[in-house]
Design a protein around this ligand. Sequence first.
Ligand SMILES: Cc1ncc(COP(=O)(O)O)c(C=O)c1O
Length: 381
Amino acid sequence: MIPYGKHLVDEDDIDAVVDVLRNQFLTQGAVVPQFENALCGYTGANYCVAVNSATSGLHVACLAAGVAAGDSVWTVPNSFVASANCALYCGASIDFVDIDPLTRNIDINALDNKLQHAAKQNCLPKALIVVHFSGLSCDMQRIHKITQMYSIVLIEDAAHGLGGSYQQSKIGSCVYSDMAVLSFHPVKSITSAEGGAVLTNQNHFHEKLTLFAKHGVTKDPLQYRGESHGPWYYQQLELGYNYRLSDLHAALGLSQLKKLDVFIQKRSELAKVYDETLADLPLKLPVVEPHFKSAWHLYMVELTQHDRQNIYQLLHKKGIGVNVHYIPIHLQPFYQKVGFKQGDFPVSEHFYQHALTLPLFPSLSHEEQLKVVDVLHEVLL
Ligand SMILES: Cc1ncc(COP(=O)(O)O)c(C=O)c1O
């Protein structure tokens, strides 16, 4: 079976992890700060806090944004549940804005309308979490302009986005946002096994992110309330969590980061082959507009004539491990209990009904990709 996604770990990566195992520190050593600095260097963001998953990153980003009980957070239904759960972890409520059928990212006109309405009702969200679906950046300049008008904290769920760019900047640069959250889960652009990071350009967010990800505890005397008791001293200032990334994971991430551009180049080449070889099929292919460079986390097609269930099964029978992203969050039983229902976000629901994720990962061989293309022709023509 050719899977839809797969990590690529080589001997350099293995050596980097083994080096840490031979060292004094398995966690909280020098490698995590090295990884954080390298992520700042790559994306152009000023600050980075490495965490043990993007899910943790989204949680601390919401906490740093001040999201709490009584607040509301908005995101899109076309994402993994973590993009919404983080608001609920903080005691806030969640609401959704539907997606644009072309980009499959947040529909900015719908966002604008919903915000105008919310402003009139005095129920504006505290934070907006936009998702760079499949590695394609949202139109951040436009979104930033709108959220600034209402003083809404803008968080990028960039779990799919590392390696992509928007205008002149890398995804994660936070040029048009307050914080951006990365994931290093194995199917993502690079992996640290589990892992994530939050990037920001603002010192006050960086301080809060660091606190919330590390038990709410600081060893920085400048932050103490009152006097230090001595060199051993620390203070807990917030109710934080243990969301730290270990040095072992950071070593893998740091080693992988060196290969990120090669990985993205390979993903882009594979995407181009799909663009060219699938153009004659009854499929809606992904569109990347000028000024955007996708990280190509996923290559998603929409079936325009066939039944998705049937095609999914046929492809699997023939060894093509296609997948489906995403079951709209508001259709999950948990979110139905909260009050959302079928029909609330029709574009995300339509996309879900017709979408297929084709195999795309740096080690996908030319022969394997041709097999995917041939089998698609066989079942769709
Ligand atoms: C858009 C999005 N956000 C957040 C996450 C959560 O990432 P992690 O597994 O690193 O917690 C995922 C995971 O697939 C995702 O796709």
